[in-house]
Design a protein around this ligand. Structure first.
Ligand SMILES: [Zn+2]
Length: 253
């Protein structure tokens, strides 16, 4: 791999340039940053792809709804991303569509593209017959979902209980401070100030996969680890050491 291009997610708190600097100190490849992928390449056909890639039910493999209203909604969401919320998209379908929009001269695996996405993406689990939200979808391009960081790894059990309790009592979601004070265990919430730092490892995973063919590391303290729960994300991405001994050797700054 000779170069890596990150794409910004301006409606999120993520600082793509800070991630690029961090990456640049750890890998040989040249790292660059461009503006939001969906703004650079968001043609009308892409809106239709997003409409078709909508997950309709967590237990239904079939996706998609190309009714005119939905396509119009997706067109607007490409232009003004703050509108797109609450929908999961088939990550592999989105990945294929974005691949077609990478300039032809830049599609080879020498040049990895990593759009930081302002959408939630998932992949279908053949083993359990349901969709799973993902923080990243590895490959070319490698999708890194900012809301996926908050939603894909499960929060502590108690978080969901508090949420239900508040819904019953007041009909609404509990304020963030309540959740943070009353729920034990660490987790990231929407617009978390630790977002940029936590996503560094997920971007590196994309580079690591392209270079070595290995998706993730089993060591729980390593930034290449892919935990299923939020406390695991905090341990892998935000605590010392940065890497397991093997990967510290490879990615020493
Ligand atoms: Zn490791």
């Amino acid at each position: 791999m000779e170069s890596v291009t990150l794409y910004r997610a301006p409606t999120t708190v993520t600082d793509a340039d800070a991630i690029a600097d961090w990456l640049d100190a750890r890998i040989e490849a040249t790292v660059s940053v461009r503006d939001r992928f969906l703004s650079l390449h968001g043609d009308p056909a892409l809106a239709e792809t997003f409409a078709k890639a909508r997950v309709l039910s967590p237990y239904d493999r079939e996706t998609g709804n190309t009714m005119l209203g939905i396509v119009r909604y997706e067109e607007r969401a490409l232009e003004s991303p703050e509108r797109a919320g609450g929908v999961i998209y088939d990550g592999l379908a989105i990945q294929r569509a974005l691949h077609e929009r990478i300039p032809e001269s830049e599609r080879s695996l020498d040049h990895l593209h990593v759009p930081l996405l302002d959408r939630v993406v998932g992949t279908w689990g053949d083993h359990d017959g349901r969709w799973h939200k993902r923080v990243n979808v590895l490959g070319q391009p490698a999708i890194v979902s900012v809301p996926g960081l908050y939603e894909a790894p499960a929060k502590p059990e108690q978080y969901y209980k508090e949420q239900q309790k508040h819904a019953l009592l007041s009909g609404g979601a509990p304020p963030r401070e309540v959740l943070e004070n009353e729920v034990e265990g660490e987790f990231l919430v929407e617009d978390d100030p630790r977002t940029t730092d936590a996503l560094k490892g997920y971007v590196l995973q994309a580079c690591h996969y392209l270079d070595t063919g290995e998706p993730f590391c089993d060591e729980e303290t390593c930034r290449l680890h892919n935990p299923h729960r939020q406390p695991g994300v905090v341990a892998a991405q935000l605590r010392e050491p940065e890497f397991c001994p093997k990967h510290a050797e490879r990615y020493r700054p």
